[in-house]
Design a protein around this ligand. Structure first.
Ligand code: NAD
Ligand code: MG
Length: 401
């Protein structure tokens, strides 16, 4: 049997993590899952360990790890359970691992993903926040350590599939005119603006096309997700923001496109199911079954497109602003967004206040150079502190600007 790819899934119990395990377990001849990590979902991780029998499992807290270890021992599962942030980086860089699925949500994914990069792994990147926070450093480390970086975010995976296979240097020299990032517009694309103030977390998380974790669902509703993706695309493909165009495409069938100098536009299409980009990244450059139904274009009938509305979705503009400010400003944007989204999800911040909190943090803190992990983590911490200090200081009603 040829060597099986040994896989670590960081954030295994999340939406991307579960889809990754689903695809990997369909191909036991190709993949051996050697590590699974979760924050606190002990029961789900237990079930996953039974299904995949990894060498390592990681949880955040020692008591949860001890509990899971006992449960596994009782059923004869040989998995060793580790705990804490350090263990995430340890398994990401472990000698037994060939490929790492980076699917932790938010800034918490940066350090372990970077550990995988520094160990020269094949890194399947779902955790866009890592690249938003640390783009220049991250890409430099990929190069320095010979890591292979494969995009899992559906838009970036679509762009990757639509770019010329043998390309050298700048995309411009390869006849690429623009990257067209598609966006569904989320659940509030056509909601009357006056109704947005009162929307609930449940409404914001009810995405019309994709089933995702709660944080990215809110990001899709504010369109910060697309803003983060513009920044992600700049780093992944080495292009400036003015060569990336966001196109609203409510059906989410075209996952993104590349427009060429000769007038051609190459797109990747499929059903909105993350197992497609996950399977693509897992097997690249080969193709494997992902359990995804084939696309039925006649049943879909119509594909439509429109321009994004920057007034309705100020978060999109804020992401461009962070790019323009440069340095650690994207890390500040990301951290302020994480704090604001969490406050919205726990009911303490109205939906429309999310961009206002972020704007205030972004404009009030000094971006500084993003030349070391310490500088980036320091900016992240300052932005969180500033955002948290803003939350209780107002009632954030629309009349109070
Ligand atoms: P999720 O909330 O469903 O899952 C997050 C995972 O990370 C869980 O396993 C959780 O236990 C773990 N986690 C959370 N906080 C942690 C911490 N502090 N330390 C260690 N582990 C922690 O999220 P998701 O929707 O699967 O998204 C994961 C990442 O993939 C995000 O960066 C998101 O932007 C990106 N992404 C998701 C989708 C999607 O369809 N869900 C699509 C594209 C990109
Ligand atoms: Mg995406």
């Amino acid at each position: 049997m040829p060597h099986r790819q040994r896989l670590a899934i960081l954030g295994a119990t999340g939406s991307i993590g579960m889809s990754t395990l689903d695809v990997a377990l369909r191909h036991p001849d190709r993949f051996r899952v050697v590590a699974l990590t979760a924050h606190r979902q002990v029961e789900r991780l237990f079930q996953q360990c039974l299904a995949a029998r990894p060498v390592y499992a990681v949880l955040n807290r020692q008591e949860d790890a001890a509990h899971l270890q006992r449960q596994l021992r009782d059923v004869g599962c040989p998995t060793e359970v580790l705990w804490g942030d350090g263990a995430l980086s340890e398994v990401a860089a472990a000698g037994e691992v060939d490929a790492v699925m980076a699917a932790i949500v938010g800034a918490a994914g940066l350090v372990p993903t970077l550990a995988a990069v520094r160990a020269g792994k094949r890194v399947l990147l779902a955790n866009k926040e890592a690249l938003v926070m640390a783009g220049a450093l991250f890409m430099a480390e990929v190069k320095a350590h010979g890591a292979v970086l494969l995009p899992v975010d559906s838009e970036h995976n679509a762009v990757f599939q639509s770019l010329p296979e043998r390309r050298t240097g700048d995309l411009r020299e390869n006849g690429v005119r623009r990257i067209l990032l598609t966006a569904s517009g989320g659940p509030f694309r056509t909601t009357p603006i006056e109704k947005l103030q009162a929307v609930t977390p449940e409404e914001a998380c009810a995405h019309p096309n994709w089933v995702m974790g709660r944080k990215i669902s809110v990001d899709s509703a504010t369109m910060m997700n697309k803003g983060l993706e513009v920044i992600e695309a700049c780093w992944l493909f080495g292009v400036p923001a003015d060569r990336i165009e966001v196109v609203i495409h409510p059906q989410s069938v075209i996952h993104s496109m590349v427009s060429y100098d000769d007038g051609s536009v190459i797109a990747e299409l499929g059903n909105p199911d993350m197992r497609t980009p996950i399977a693509h990244a897992l097997a690249y450059p080969e193709r494997i079954a992902a359990g995804v139904a084939p696309l039925d274009l006649c049943a879909i009938g119509q594909l439509s497109f429109e321009k994004p509305d920057f007034l309705r979705f100020p978060c999109l503009g804020l992401a461009y602003r962070a790019l323009e400010l440069g340095g650690t400003s994207p890390a500040i944007l990301n951290a302020a967004n994480e704090v604001a989204v969490e406050a919205f999800l726990d009911g303490s911040l109205p939906f429309l206040a999310i961009p206002r909190v972020i704007a205030e943090v972004l404009e009030s803190l000094d971006g500084g150079a993003a030349d070391s992990l310490e500088a980036i983590l320091d900016a992240d911490a300052r932005a969180r502190e500033r955002a948290l200090s803003l939350l209780p200081s107002r009632n954030w009603r629309p009349d109070e600007s």
